[in-house]
Design a protein around this ligand. Sequence first.
Ligand code: ATP
Ligand code: MG
Length: 578
Amino acid sequence: MAEDSASIHQQNESANQDETVRSSNFLRQIIERDLADKPTQGLVTRFPPEPNGYLHIGHAKSICVNFGLAADYQGHCHLRFDDTNPEKESQAFITAIADDIQWLGFDWHGDIRYASDYFDQLHDFAIYLIKQNLAYVCHLSPDQAREYRGTLTKPGVNSPHRDRSIEENLALFAQMTAGDFDDGACVLRAKIDMSAPNINLRDPIIYRIRKVTHHQTGDKWCVYPTYDFTHGQSDAIEGISHSICTLEFEDHKPLYNWFLAQLPVPCQPRQFEFSRLNLNYTVTSKRKLKQLVDDGVVSGWDDPRMPTISGMRRRGYSPVSIKNFCQATGVTRVNGVVDMAMLEFAVREYHNVHAPRAMVVINPLKLVISNYPVDQVEQLDAPNHPQDITMGSRKVPFTQTIYIDKADFRESANKKFKRLVTGKKVRLRNAYVIMAESVVKDDSGEVIEVHASYDPDTIGQDPVDGIKPKGVIQWVSVTEGKPITIREYDRLFSHESPEKASEDSGDSDFMSCINPDSYCEHTECFAEPSLLDASAEQVFQFEREGYFVADRHDFSRDQPVFNKTIGLRDSWPKQEQG
Ligand code: ATP
Ligand code: MG
């Protein structure tokens, strides 16, 4: 009860918070000003993932920002795959990314777009730059190029190939394109300024040779444009008005603008940056997530412990709670780390209102009600949600022998233990008040059975003797209940900042703070029979245990598997931090 009223309070709070967050999204002010200045030019944003892995919670934030702003200002948001590194990309990632976006509840404007749709145009742009004497073919090796580039404190040095004639460059680029050179033999570079303080402007590479098949364009090309040469021009081709990205692209903005200024592009998009979402106790880098998958630390990209959208989905997080969380983190230019507890709060907040209740016993202990008729099966009414009668009710079969949870019984206990104790009463959820009378033990002295009596006049009312039981526990009929498997998950990392841990001590080290106890399977659980009718991905509150989801892939009537989404309250010890 306390939990429910607390949550209503929290909902009010989060409604107020919504308003604050709306106004704290600095991009809104920019967009509102721009729309007021140029009312005929609508807002067009894009979400530009590289299809080299699954999307994670950080991408969810970017999706919410880009699709959310477009929706709020009657604009459009494109989905464009930034597919300029064919060797690391695949159609499987494209499909998974598109699925994730739709599952979150967003839809892109028009078809899925690909930067590779513009490879012809980008190639023409490259030739255009050569003809303007603004690009040249360079034969420096990668090591030499690094030498020539200079450092933050030292200007770069011009490449010996910088002054090739336009004709020679056109011929060499044509040869590159025709496949006359090996991978890495030469590159096409923009001719900007080797002494520019911003290293991105020191004659950046715009085309390189990669003799690999592309998932979209097949073997048409053996030269591919770089990300920097692709992104802004693709934005311009698509008529993107506000190109929103994360802060690490701030240093690339002068280059983004330089290309747009030099090339005959149809429009001039503008880039705006906000800070990345970082979460403690997890990593948000596709490369690191890929390592977890490749090394078999997790069962796949959608392992319920992964911070991927598909992992969170399989874990039972609702799209609404992920969106509420992203919204609550605000859009700023200040880098920070968000507490995982904030995401978990959003997950509980949603399920507390929407998840139907059910009874499951995870660590079963048999209890025999000696004064209950042996073969009787009584169908008791149980509301699906204690605060929401519109969610209806279901029948739960009650019988002489039931399971209760081992943790809910003690032979003797002090007053703080509000569950079943020998000689004391407890209420069985949605059923009778019982009193424990005796126990049966095995050879090692462990209690294997409890004998109790019930009070038949206690459905929906207190015992007539006026002695009100202190606690309520869940139960499942031994004969009518069904065995289920529960997969329980905990945080994947035991260190608050695994990425930092790795920076401190070599790159692969984030693997050293993997939580060894992040997964366990309970195969001897019992559930009320109605749970077999669940559909995959349906979330329940198993009373007093937490929220659980019918596994997306492994749930069936014959082998019901539920994943623990999250406990009823935050149980992660605070002192673990640091
Ligand atoms: P990763 O480092 O995980 O590979 P990325 O930035 O390289 O991420 P992209 O596929 O290029 O991945 O990202 C698509 C969009 O998502 C980009 O606009 C990027 O800025 C945004 N994005 C990626 N990570 C985050 C994050 N943690 N918070 C907010 N936005 C993010
Ligand atoms: Mg990227």
